[in-house]
Design a protein around this ligand. Structure first.
Ligand SMILES: [Zn+2]
Length: 198
């Protein structure tokens, strides 16, 4: 992928891989001495970076790479709270993107609408299915998306998906191909890379 703009490069404190800073997770030290995730890359102060995966985060903590990189032996680093914060922040970002996609008219939701939309699969970027969908709807959606080769992502529960859309519970939604759908897909990948699962 060629890029015209030269973006700032940073390297992961665990594996030393160098990448665009947007592709890495940024961390800063909060005033109380805790290492926190700076998901939006907006917090002031010296930053440290890791890749978007659990392995590099864990390795950075275990090898005290954050402490070395920040040149601060007093940092309080807790792996569970870092992962928890990251999970929460990626989740908020995903749910916001779903809301934006709906406002842009890019989402069909509810089993009837989605099953009807799946008849024109070329326009669909992905289908999201809630973890608590009924067996009947779930198997229909799984079959039809598999047949049409549409990526199916099983994530969140129907209350959460509904809330993201500003609607009541929704067990399934289809997102139309668009730059917004690509961004959403990218964030969903990140979520999976860090959490392993939804
Ligand atoms: Zn790394």
């Amino acid at each position: 992928m060629s890029k015209q703009i030269h973006r700032p490069q940073r390297s992961c404190v665990a594996c030393r891989r160098s990448a665009d800073q947007d592709e890495l997770i940024r961390y800063v030290v909060a005033p109380d001495g805790r290492l926190v995730v700076d998901y939006q890359h907006k917090l002031p102060g010296r930053g440290a970076y890791t890749c978007f995966n659990r392995e590099c985060i864990t390795r950075a903590v275990q090898r005290r790479a954050f402490v070395r990189s920040m040149k601060n032996a007093q940092i309080d680093v807790d792996i569970e709270s870092l992962i928890g914060e990251l999970r929460q922040q990626v989740e908020i970002r995903i749910l916001n993107l779903i809301g934006m996609a709906r406002k842009a008219g890019l989402v069909a939701s509810g089993s009837q609408m989605v099953l009807a939309t799946l008849k024109k699969p070329a326009e669909i970027a992905m289908v999201l299915l809630s973890s608590d969908v009924t067996q009947n709807v779930g198997s229909k959606v799984r079959q039809q998306t598999a047949r049409a080769c549409i990526p199916l992502i099983e994530c969140f529960d129907k209350a959460t998906l509904g809330r993201a859309l500003g609607l009541s519970e929704r067990s399934v939604m289809a997102v139309t191909k668009s730059p917004l759908a690509q961004t959403l897909n990218h964030e969903l990948q990140r979520y999976r890379d860090v959490m392993g699962e939804f």
